[in-house]
Design a protein around this ligand. Structure first.
Ligand SMILES: Nc1ncnc2c1ncn2[C@@H]1O[C@H](COP(=O)(O)OP(=O)(O)O)[C@@H](O)[C@H]1O
Ligand SMILES: [Mg+2]
Length: 229
């Protein structure tokens, strides 16, 4: 299967109060279609920075990211956001759900922002309901996020990430705020959906156990990504 994501020579540093923090220093990564990839790194290693760069949310200082051969930071902002909304689903560590919306509205949100072509409101709603069913939360569709547990909120965030039928799912410590058992449950929901949809998963984690659920494991440290084991 072909190469879907190619990141080459990524550099990223932040300057705060005239002090430079070098986060990425020549990080490269190649992900094939259908891969499940875990990137392990300590807190502060640059995992979130890397995910944002891979997802078109944060421009690197140097290097490139290609999605299906298209250079994400060489295209216009409008094209980049189109790639983001059509191709990439994000699962954030702290869910990032809209608290004033109910669960169903949260799941439908990416379709509203990214206008899924040719789908009526009714079709979108039924797609969102079926995603909620696949994460085991169909009955909770009209609850608000704060009426759900952490694990349930994360499952809503997973359903939302899948709303636009992305080929790539980027998950930033998807179980980082959950206890081990709940986290394990969330991971198996995520892995099952990825498999069922034939999507490609890249996740970052500081947990070896979570990483072990992926086919390929890399390590992020000293600004570089290296193959682990
Ligand atoms: N927007 C930012 N401005 C300044 N420093 C940042 C910013 N984002 C991240 N950093 C710094 O970059 C380093 C890596 O952060 P991050 O990518 O969040 O690591 P991780 O997700 O692995 O914990 C940290 O030292 C962090 O303080
Ligand atoms: Mg992080």
């Amino acid at each position: 299967m072909g190469e879907l994501i190619k990141a080459e020579g990524l550099d990223k540093k932040y300057t705060i109060k005239k002090k430079e923090i070098v986060v990425l220093k020549g990080a490269s990564l190649s992900v094939d279609q259908g891969d499940t990839v875990a990137i392990i790194g300590l807190s502060g290693a640059g995992k979130s920075t890397l995910m944002h760069i891979l997802g078109g949310l944060d421009r690197p200082d140097a290097g490139s990211v290609s999605i299906s051969g298209e250079k994400l930071y060489a295209v216009r902002e409008s094209r980049r956001s189109e790639i983001r909304s059509k191709t990439i689903g994000f699962v954030f560590q702290s869910y990032h759900l809209m608290l004033e919306m109910d669960v169903l509205e949260n799941v439908m949100l990416p379709a509203m922002a990214g206008r899924v072509a040719g789908m009526t409101g009714k079709a979108l709603r039924s797609r969102a309901m079926s995603l909620l069913e696949s994460v085991g939360l169909k009955e909770r569709y009209n609850h608000t996020p704060l009426e759900l547990s952490g694990g349930e909120q994360q499952r809503v965030a997973i359903a939302r990430a899948l709303m636009n039928d992305p080929t790539i799912i980027l998950a930033d410590e998807p179980t980082g705020n959950l206890d081990e058992q709940t986290g394990g449950g969330v991971m198996s929901v995520l892995q099952n959906l990825v498999k069922q949809k034939g999507a490609t998963l890249v996740l970052v984690t500081h947990s070896d156990k979570i990483a072990a659920s992926c086919k390929k494991i890399y390590k992020l440290g000293s600004g570089l990504i290296q193959r682990s084991v």
